[in-house]
Design a protein around this ligand. Structure first.
Ligand code: 13P
Length: 286
């Protein structure tokens, strides 16, 4: 049975979790990104998650972000979910809830376990009372620039027993464990810890999230999905492609109309997003 086009964050992810596919979270860095993401989702009949970080929210403005997402949702015939990415504290989370976000990620991963649990639970309780779904994180999902020794790396990854405790004590709808992926471009081949992911899946029993989707080889993405990942975040790859096309367009010194370089960049990232949606297997579900 197909899921409803009005499905929530949790419903969309649960469908992926149960049917072996992942929904893409593509970050919104401005109007052109939002348009590209939603247009491809429609064309591919896929659910899509609009990821908005605190930084992007400051850049676009919270009111504009919500208004633009609402404009897209109004005519969308597939689920378009507005989601806070890496919400740093309760106040920002609640601000997004009050403005009409569908889901939030609270990132308490830099706190000790007990404090991460307490803070995440406070967010879950408040959000669930308002009908908003929550993603939580455990372990440290670093930047690709991080140069870590084996021991240091081990210390940053989510421990399966702590993952179980975190998931059940907080009641998060989706769980992002650090398993070796990182935000930004990777220096070498990313080393995802699949044994750890399998153990976590077993103990946590709910949709898992993979951050740092840029630069992870296709076969690793597919393996992660087989092991319970049903949301994958991608940002840097779209930013790089967007900027590459803007640069190319600006090589012509006669170009001064922003539409002449932003338009081609928007078209270009549509294809990056389409490739991801097909790789994640979320196409044709709605
Ligand atoms: P990338 O920028 O590495 O694709 O990661 C995006 C992300 O995980 C946002 O939370």
């Amino acid at each position: 049975m197909k899921v409803s086009p009005k499905a929530s964050f949790k419903e969309v992810l649960t469908d992926g979790y149960q049917n072996g596919y992942a929904v893409g979270q593509f970050n919104v860095n401005g109007l052109e990104y939002l348009q590209a993401i939603v247009e491809v989702a429609e064309e591919e009949r896929s659910a899509v998650i609009l990821g908005v970080s605190e930084g992007a929210m400051k850049y676009v403005g919270l009111d504009y972000t919500v208004a633009l997402a609402n404009a897209a949702k109004l005519k969308a015939t597939v689920p378009v979910i507005l989601h806070l990415d890496h919400g740093p504290n309760f106040d920002i989370v609640m601000k997004c809830v009050r403005h009409g976000f569908d889901a939030v990620m609270f990132d308490g991963s830099h706190y000790p376990l007990a404090e991460n649990i307490a803070r995440t639970k406070q967010v879950v309780d408040a959000c669930h009372a308002a009908g908003v779904d929550v993603e939580g994180e455990l372990g440290r999902i670093g930047g690709a620039e991080d140069d870590l020794s084996v021991d240091e790396r081990e210390a940053t990854l989510a421990q399966p027993d702590e993952a179980r405790e975190f998931a059940f004590a907080t009641g998060v709808d989706a769980f992002a464990p650090a398993i070796g992926s990182a935000h930004g471009h990777y220096k070498g081949k990313p080393q995802l810890d699949f044994d750890r992911l399998a153990a976590i899946r077993e103990l946590v029993g709910r949709p898992l999230v993979l951050h740092g989707g840029t630069g992870i080889p296709d076969e690793d993405i597919q393996q992660a999905i087989r092991l319970g990942v049903s949301k994958i975040n991608v940002n840097t790859e779209n930013q790089s492609e967007f900027t590459r096309v803007v640069r190319q367009s600006l090589e012509d010194p006669k170009v001064f109309d922003p539409r002449k370089y932003l338009g081609p960049a928007r078209t270009a990232i549509k294809e990056t997003i389409r490739t991801k949606i097909r790789l994640f297997g979320s196409n044709g579900r709605y």
